[in-house]
Design a protein around this ligand. Sequence first.
Ligand code: NAD
Ligand code: LMR
Length: 332
Amino acid sequence: MAKDPVRVLVTGAAGQIGYALVPMIARGAMLGPDQPVILHMLDIEPVAEALNGVKMELVDAAFPLLRGVVATTDAVEACKDVNIAIMVGGFPRKEGMERKDVMSRNVSIYKAQASALEQHASPNCKVLVVANPANTNALILKEFAPSIPEKNITCLTRLDHNRALGQISERLHVHVGDVKNVIIWGNHSSTQYPDVNHATVSTSTGQKSVRELVGDDNWLNTEFIATVQQRGAAIIKARKLSSALSAASSACDHIRDWVLGTPKGTWVSMGVYSDGSYGIQPGLIYSFPVTCEKGEWKIVQGLKIDEFSRGKLDATAKELIEEKALAYSCLN
Ligand SMILES: NC(=O)c1ccc[n+]([C@@H]2O[C@H](COP(=O)([O-])OP(=O)(O)OC[C@H]3O[C@@H](n4cnc5c(N)ncnc54)[C@H](O)[C@@H]3O)[C@@H](O)[C@H]2O)c1
Ligand SMILES: O=C(O)C[C@H](O)C(=O)O
């Protein structure tokens, strides 16, 4: 039997991630090749005409799964009955800025949009915040939309996770699809901790540890970590624009795995509210390793954390606590 369409909101849809993301959703890259979708696209009045242009292109592309498009500058209309909300709207950082430098412009958007989502989205709407500072925007959204279950509010660290897989695959000359179970801990910022201590590669003779195959702890503990932490800045330097196609693709991966489940024996990284796992202050939106089943994520428990990792987990948590205070000071 044909499935009912799922309503997917993309905010900031006239921007560069939006332009890469909406065709991916309309082609089934997010929810699967048999799942019809209705796209809700929100942006602001000054770019209303460009937003309408994106709608025209969606019509012109004749996507068989696309059952409707709402393009609007009205947050209430945009949020109406949506099942999934991808929050990309905001301002990207420019060369030389840290992600928290875009804080004051972006957190106020998330406070305002929390209410629109709370009042008008479908009650079990799943939310993914992409706009930076992603963890703190998600935290503000969670705190100002108390009736949305906290398990439904997440932020994107899957791009960092995919970047870590990419770096390992390049270093070992293996297919990226054969590398799994890296972890991004903490903030989507330069304090994030890309951890390969539990990561493996599928080989013709079974699963092998990434650390053993690389055989260079110094590279793993320094250059590898710094490359993943600084990749967003490196893309801005090269493109003069922040990452867009990789961000859009990773947002699809995040939602697909959350809704359809992670493969057996594989975890992914998602920014989710902390329940105190691994000693991280409860309530922060912190990136953890998670598995997903039947539309629910669960933090992977019981991983051994060595002293080097402990310091890194705590440092990125400390930054998130500081960002939270800064966000509230911007809102006052
Ligand atoms: N978490 C991640 O991995 C990740 C990766 C890449 C980029 N980002 C972030 O995603 C955000 C978007 O990046 P981009 O390159 O698409 O930027 P962009 O400037 O091209 O697009 C952002 C869009 O948001 C719109 N917007 C601004 N205020 C809005 C509001 N109140 N409601 C709805 N829309 C609004 C703008 O008009 C613009 O069209 C930035 O904050 C960027 O830093 C996050
Ligand atoms: O780094 C940025 O500001 C953009 C984005 O968060 C990224 O990681 O590419």
